[in-house]
Design a protein around this ligand. Sequence first.
Ligand code: SAH
Length: 230
Amino acid sequence: MNVADDKTVVRDYFNSKGFDRWRRIYGETDEVNKVQRDIREGHQQTIDHVLRWIEEDGNVSDLTICDAGCGVGSLSIPLAKAGAKVFASDISEKMVGEAQERAAQELGEAQSNVSFHAQDLETLDGKYHTVICLDVLIHYPPDKAGEMIAHLSSLAESRLILSFAPKTLCYSLLKRIGDFFPGPSKATRAYLHPESYVVKILEEQGWKIDRNEMTKTRFYFSRLLEAVRA
Ligand code: SAH
């Protein structure tokens, strides 16, 4: 399968079955099973780490932020609430539509701090103080991850924050078992990436790793890296 096909599959998934699944997981309602609730909690920890880092730095309202692959706005909405100017985009129109609805409900006046766009992150342009891309690399095969990270780097002036499912022996086995018993929701391929590989790409793009976190629950695992200009 080539990347264009991979992307079409991903977009179609997040406009249909995937939208339905992830809208619930990235929400607050009880319409989730135990596994989904665990993933919800893990993902929220990733979001909370990022918000904590940004708030610790203390200049939130001066920041321009690009949230690439924003999903339903789980990160963009609290960032806009905190005063950052956020450009959020996602390849799925449905995810973007849901993000817009949530922003309208949750943000009041701060809604003007965020705009949502249905766009492939590789077509984004402009410059942002900070570029953030959470849990999207799982949709990129290893040979395309480099190009994607290079593109995000070109948009980021001071900081790039990425999260991805790290490829370790243990998680590779877990994933194999998952592939072996595919549930109805497993409509897309999932790619794990070795942390050393992602770090190498970032270093080649002129970044150095500043802060680093790992979030692990039973069914969710994500390595979070903050890269700053070397
Ligand atoms: N970053 C969000 C959503 C993660 S789910 C969060 O952490 O809450 C992964 C999202 O990536 C999905 O909404 C999917 O539509 C989006 N996505 C996948 N490939 C993409 C691409 N090439 N460009 C933009 N968005 C993409």
